[in-house]
Design a protein around this ligand. Structure first.
Ligand code: GLC
Length: 533
């Protein structure tokens, strides 16, 4: 009998960066009511779940990842009523809603931190990580922030330093303190009781720091101008053994509710990443797999190597997942070019495991050009080259001024990408060869062909170096995915089967029968082929 799968195993996840999706009130910033207005598009597209980056009250030092109150909505985005309306409307359309949970740090404007910093005797002093200055009066150790500079900030009033692994306005919580855990578990319950379908947990692998505060090793070769987060190895600030106990506690709480998903943001090499499923699969359901985001070179051999290695490393019963883009990294179409980005989408939507992609990537949106004086992102403060603003530009809905994101005449919080007049939902919906049409077709095939969601995966040898070819199979039904990762035509001679039907080409222009023993893929073409019995 076929095994029953959960919605988050067979579904696909679409990330919305709320500031940039849809502005319903003409202030140039996206909001919850805007997202609700656009749910019809997401339903039409065929996604299963939305993951919403933070919408909680925030001074916006890190655009919502600095939270001043975990159980309310920032007025910029709307109200709790708007949130409930979004949730209700999403559920009515069979779309799940996953929210962001940011447990590693709060805003320095959160009441907890205001109280904590008020004096060394404060009842909340130990909710954050406070240390005395080093003997020379400088920071307690060498830890550096992901956004650049020391991770320690001196507080004049109380004469101690507090830790902030990100912006100075994002003090790290002390997860060794049981009161912090209890307060944050109340936050999880608050949103679960409201009906959210799960959490994406921000920097979950960083929540516990070394109890002895030992110095981190610096990465040899790092020089000013390189990404600030790459400066040190996080030996004592990341991936500490005790973090697993916290994650288990959170997971057991989430498991008290039906069918919720618990996703962890974890940038670690695959072997370490696997530990976050938990010994008895009792930690996160999906430790985000960022291999495609981090690939140094986009080539058939590197892609195959990472998929095969990941498949092999998965613990028994663990469910795979793949992420193509997010708000922290350059967009896929900018990273690998528009032609190969189509291949990347076919790959994402035909591999085994839950796919996640970033709003607008289904249009082939590229990073916007953001002039330095319009940049906001704290990660770009030392070097605009590392700003994440370009990948956060507004969603491109139509060719009108404002791109349908905001009203004509309103300046959006980040500039629109220059290509919005021809890369947008309206234009692409009417074009049978567009990027959007490709993604929509891939989604509907994925939904209708069980082999693509729950079937087995086998990669094939004996194919040209520039091609990545694999078979997805379930109950005797076999589908071949053949991806040409190069700009040259490729000749394939497969001996696994003789004939097949092209169900979909990334060019959307063929549905022919092919001899698999002698088969041509055009430059930058990917094909999904149903293999004849
Ligand atoms: C995560 C978020 C990123 C944020 C950081 C600090 O990596 O994805 O946007 O800046 O955490 O919260």
């Amino acid at each position: 009998m076929a095994q029953m799968h959960k919605w988050w195993q067979t579904g696909v996840v679409y990330q919305i960066y709320p500031r940039s999706f849809m502005d319903s009130n003409g202030d140039g910033v996206g909001d919850l009511a805007g997202i609700t207005q656009r749910l019809g598009y997401l339903e039409w597209l065929g996604i299963d779940a939305v993951w919403l980056s933070p919408v909680y009250p925030s001074p916006m030092a890190d655009f919502g990842y600095d939270i001043a109150n975990y159980t309310d909505i920032d007025p910029l985005f709307g109200t709790l009523n708007d949130f409930d309306a979004l949730l209700h409307e999403a559920h009515r359309r069979n779309i799940k809603l996953i929210v962001d949970f940011v447990p590693n740090h709060t805003s320095d404007e959160h009441d907890w931190f205001v109280e904590s910093r008020s004096s060394r005797e404060s009842s909340k002093r130990d909710w954050y990580i406070w240390r005395d200055p080093a003997a020379d009066g400088g920071p307690p150790n060498n830890w550096t922030s992901f956004f650049g500079g020391s991770a320690w900030q001196f507080d004049e009033g109380s004469g101690q330093y507090y830790l902030h692994m990100f912006d100075v306005k994002q003090p790290d919580l002390n997860w060794r303190n049981p009161e912090v855990r209890a307060a944050m578990y109340d936050v999880l319950r608050f949103w679960l009781d409201r009906g959210v379908d799960g959490f994406r947990v921000d920097v979950i692998w960083m929540m516990i720091k070394d109890a002895q505060f030992r110095d981190n090793p610096n990465r040899p070769g790092w020089k000013p101008g390189d990404p600030p987060y790459a400066r040190q190895e996080g030996r004592y600030t990341e991936n500490q053994p005790e973090v697993h106990d916290v994650i288990k506690e959170m997971r057991s709480l989430v498991d008290r509710y039906d069918e919720r998903v618990f996703i962890g943001e974890i940038y670690l090499p695959v072997p370490q990443l696997m530990h976050y499923y938990g010994h008895s699969l009792d930690e996160v359901h999906l430790p985000f797999n960022f291999q495609f985001i981090e690939l140094a070179t986009w080539s058939a051999s590197t892609i195959r190597a990472c998929v095969d290695m990941y498949e092999k490393a998965l613990p028994e019963g663990a469910w795979p997942n793949w992420v193509l883009g997010n708000h922290d990294r350059s967009r896929i179409a900018s990273r690998i070019g528009k032609e190969q980005a189509r291949i990347a989408h076919m790959l994402l939507l035909t591999l085994r495991g839950t796919p996640t992609w970033y709003y607008g990537d289904e249009l082939g949106m590229q990073d916007a050009v953001v002039p330095p004086e319009m940049m906001h992102d704290p990660q770009g403060k030392d070097n605009p080259q590392h700003s994440r603003d370009p990948q956060r530009s507004p969603m491109q809905w139509n060719s009108q001024p404002g791109a349908g994101f905001t009203q004509p005449g309103v300046t959006s919080w980040l500039p629109l990408s220059q290509d919005y007049q021809h890369v947008n939902v309206q234009v692409e919906q009417d074009d049978e060869h567009s990027y959007l049409t490709l993604v929509k077709k891939l989604l509907s095939l994925r939904q209708s062909i069980p082999a693509l969601t729950t079937g087995s995966y086998t990669s094939l040898d004996g194919v040209p170096d520039d091609c990545f070819v694999y078979i997805r199979e379930q109950e005797g039904k076999r589908y071949l995915v053949a991806l040409n990762c190069s700009g040259q035509e490729q000749q394939l001679h497969l001996d696994h089967a003789r004939q097949g039907n092209v169900v979909l080409s990334t060019f959307l222009d063929r549905n022919d029968q092919v001899e698999l023993t002698n088969f041509v893929l055009r430059a930058n073409e990917g094909c999904l082929i149903e293999i004849d019995d």
